[in-house]
Design a protein around this ligand. Structure first.
Ligand SMILES: CC(C)(COP(=O)(O)OP(=O)(O)OC[C@H]1O[C@@H](n2cnc3c(N)ncnc32)[C@H](O)[C@@H]1OP(=O)(O)O)[C@@H](O)C(=O)NCCC(=O)NCCS
Length: 176
């Protein structure tokens, strides 16, 4: 991707909701309500926005619960799709989650959402099950596929985490 310096990330704020709702309506057959996004802000979820030249072009929202994360929503404005933007968002979301100690990510995706399924498979998410009739449709319901990804901490990351832990313990011990 060229011009990477034109992109940045920021945390979703109330003032961003109008644009986020616009993207949501263009992305989801049964869009979240504005109240759902407000809940995400108030609950301090991992709410990442992707910005290009001061314009919000996508978002990724996840909950973090100890070592597990649930990816609730990732959407890119249609004008910016298939240009690597979703990938940027997912990378950032995974990196931030990893920093918080997350090792496993879960998500659901509509059975019919082939692009998103490709997107997750490319990123090493594995289909581990199905939730029958999980999603609403304009008429009827549709299954949700459950995908999960285990993020291995590199051996270096594991070693440095444990070393730091024991170093801190030892320092406290020596201080009596
Ligand atoms: C799913 C979504 C976030 C992907 O974002 P994106 O910016 O279009 O994706 P990227 O350009 O970063 O593509 C990354 C990979 O996803 C897959 N992918 C993306 N668009 C695809 C398409 N039209 N067809 C098939 N695979 C596609 C490819 O594997 C692609 O890798 P490649 O470029 O090396 O082939 C975006 O399509 C979107 O907002 N969709 C509507 C909302 C949605 O369905 N969200 C997921 C809900 S679970």
């Amino acid at each position: 991707m060229s011009g990477k310096e034109n992109f940045k990330f920021k945390i979703l704020d109330f003032k961003d909701l109008e644009r986020v709702m616009e993207i949501e309506r263009l992305s989801n057959p049964t869009p979240w309500s504005i109240g759902s996004f407000i809940d995400c802000i108030n609950s301090n979820y991992q709410n990442i926005l992707l910005i290009k030249q001061e314009e919000i072009i996508g978002f990724c929202i996840s909950t973090i619960n100890y070592t597990e994360s649930h990816l609730l929503n990732i959407s890119v404005h249609p004008e910016f799709r298939s240009q690597g933007m979703g990938q940027l968002l997912l990378n950032k979301s995974e990196q931030d989650a990893k920093k918080k100690g997350v090792s496993d990510i879960f998500l659901e995706v509509r059975d019919s959402n082939e692009k998103a399924i490709e997107f997750y498979k490319k990123n090493n998410y594995k289909n581990v099950g199905k939730r029958k009739n999980y999603y609403r449709l304009s008429q009827g319901r549709e299954d949700g596929l459950i995908f999960t990804k285990h993020m291995n901490l590199s051996s270096l990351e594991s070693i440095s985490r444990f070393s730091l832990f024991f170093l801190r313990k030892m320092l406290n011990f020596n201080r009596g």
